[in-house]
Design a protein around this ligand. Sequence first.
Ligand code: F3S
Length: 294
Amino acid sequence: MEVKIDPCTGFCFGVKRAVDTVYEQLKKGKTIYTYGPIVHNEEVIRELEEQGVRVLDDVQALKALPCGKACSGEAAGNSAMVIICAHGVSKQVYEMLEEKGLEYVDATCPFVKRIHGIVEKESREGKYIVVVGDPGHTEVKGTLGWCQGDAVVLETVEEAEKFVPPEGRKVFVVSQTTFNYNKFYYIVEIFEKKGYNVSVANTVCSATEERQRSARALAEEADVMIVIGGRHSSNTKKLYEICSEKCAKTYFIQTLDDLHLELPKSVRLVGITAGASTPNKLIEEVQNYVRINF
Ligand code: F3S
């Protein structure tokens, strides 16, 4: 039996940059907070927590931090450093950081930052923004927080079919960076067929596109696929969705502990792929386990 690792695994550019930023700031001896989990991988977060990094879950938690400089009658003297997570945040969070005089470093992935700029500009010009993505995902919530005026999030083909833009408004469509590339274009086609006045920016990031293509190709030839990644990782969920379409026996695991593999003798090829925030160490553990035990 052969075990093949997807050549496109490992931290993507944005995740590596964000995780490196946190380790870099840790060296300075400050109390480090990340606004939101720095990336969507529980193992990465656990390791950072062990180093003393704390996660601020929402605006309320940020509000509760003491000011960095004298503000609202409060004394100065907070030596905390806040790091904005790779998925980005709304404009309101930046305003609050400034208001509280907190020191911060922006580790938003540049591909996500680009979307913030696009929706801010286009919405300011009066266009109605459609974000194709998961409404519950941090990145999408952050993106909505840059739209000046109303906007909508659509995730499924059914939602896209039902969508009717507000009377007389031009529509501008962007996607969550980790959205399924083919599905995004399918949704755009629906709007075009309906004759809506739409402009589109393909904001699915190139790392995502490449990973999805590579995972699909591996799943096509594999008898069993293992997808490793965080429970809340959007790009891992998409990889799982894509691999499941091509390979009926696809497993989604976070760590080796979740893997309860049964391999019949007929299995010739096991493929392993992983989300963009999955550490190599986890991929190697799974690979070694499969090689040694089967
Ligand atoms: Fe950035 Fe793309 Fe990774 S948006 S965080 S490089 S998956």
